[in-house]
Design a binder for this molecule. Structure first.
Ligand code: SF4
Length: 290
């Protein structure tokens, strides 16, 4: 049984891949025992919502079924791509992809067009104005490298619309009458109220995106003020992504169990909600120190 089947999931979130670089076992425990949202994460989400409202027209649709949910996801991407074409900047772009047969899903924080190239920017919030250390930054780098990889596959057609349709089942989905009423009330053009037409539209918008920049950006913000602490720029390297896949895949394939942090990183356990409860790998050792 592979990890997705064990965790009762259909696709891997890119944030899961990133979390594996912090602590793989913690990532798995969050699925098994509940994904508790911390105060810091709540504050981070507020900042993301504030930034999104600066660039994108809000999509105020309330899905009533799975079909409505898939439609809203595509429609939000369609609007985000429209904002990008118009303002050279957009936020919260849903993205899809594949990793050795496993479906991936994620959300890019920001896309910009500068000097004819498409830039990917990831926002991370911090409790203080301190710049993050290497072990904190590594998961963020992994996340944005996967976004670059997935966006490139969508743009080139390596990830096809057919694959998307098969995975989300768009050929056999129909919208609920209540949701159709919402679309009409929101003045969505009639021909766009059709799932397949919208799907075609979004995939052709993506195919027309400019060349993706080889530079990736991580922007750290203070979670209370929203002020930028530091903007990191680094180069995308295909070999790094392949190396990450080689490390991550054996877990998803079920070839190895979720790994705890190594001994030299046991300090991470002090901030882990599972420490001493569902995970006691470094419990005794940490207790002896006190
Ligand atoms: S206690 Fe430590 S090793 Fe265990 S899940 Fe948490 S961070 Fe990972």
């Amino acid at each position: 049984m592979n990890a997705l089947e064990r965790l009762n999931r259909k696709s891997i979130r890119v944030t899961d891949l990133a979390s594996q670089y912090w602590c793989e076992r913690q990532m798995e425990l969050r699925y098994l025992y509940g994904d508790k949202v911390t105060k810091e994460e709540k504050q981070g989400r507020k900042i993301h919502e504030m930034l999104e409202s600066e660039t994108n027209v809000p999509v105020l649709l309330e899905p009533k079924s799975y079909a409505d949910y898939v439609y809203k996801m595509l429609y939000t991407d369609h609007m985000a791509l429209g904002a990008l074409a118009q303002n050279k900047r957009t936020r919260e772009f849903q993205i899809f992809g594949l990793m050795d047969g496993f479906n991936l899903a994620g959300k890019i924080d920001e896309l910009r067009i500068r000097d004819g190239k498409l830039l990917i920017v990831e926002d991370k919030t911090r409790q203080s104005n301190e710049v993050p250390g290497e072990s904190q930054m590594l998961p963020h780098k992994i996340q944005i490298m996967f976004y670059r990889d997935m966006l490139s596959a969508l743009r080139s057609g390596a990830y096809t619309m057919q694959r998307f349709s098969e995975f989300y089942g768009t050929d056999r989905l129909s919208l609920t009458p209540e949701f159709m009423r919402q679309l009409q009330a929101s003045k969505v053009p009639y021909d766009m109220c059709d799932m397949k037409k919208l799907e075609h539209m979004v995939f052709s918008q993506i195919r027309m995106l400019p060349e993706i920049s080889g530079s990736l950006y991580i922007r750290y913000r203070n979670q209370f003020t929203g002020d930028v602490i530091k903007l990191y720029k680094f180069a995308y390297d295909e070999k790094d992504v392949q190396g990450a896949k080689d490390y991550l895949l054996p877990y998803w394939k079920g070839d190895r169990e979720a790994m705890p942090v190594p001994k030299e990183e046991a300090w991470k356990c002090n901030w882990c909600v599972f420490f001493g409860k569902q995970c006691k790998v470094w419990w005794k050792q940490q207790a002896l120190k006190q």
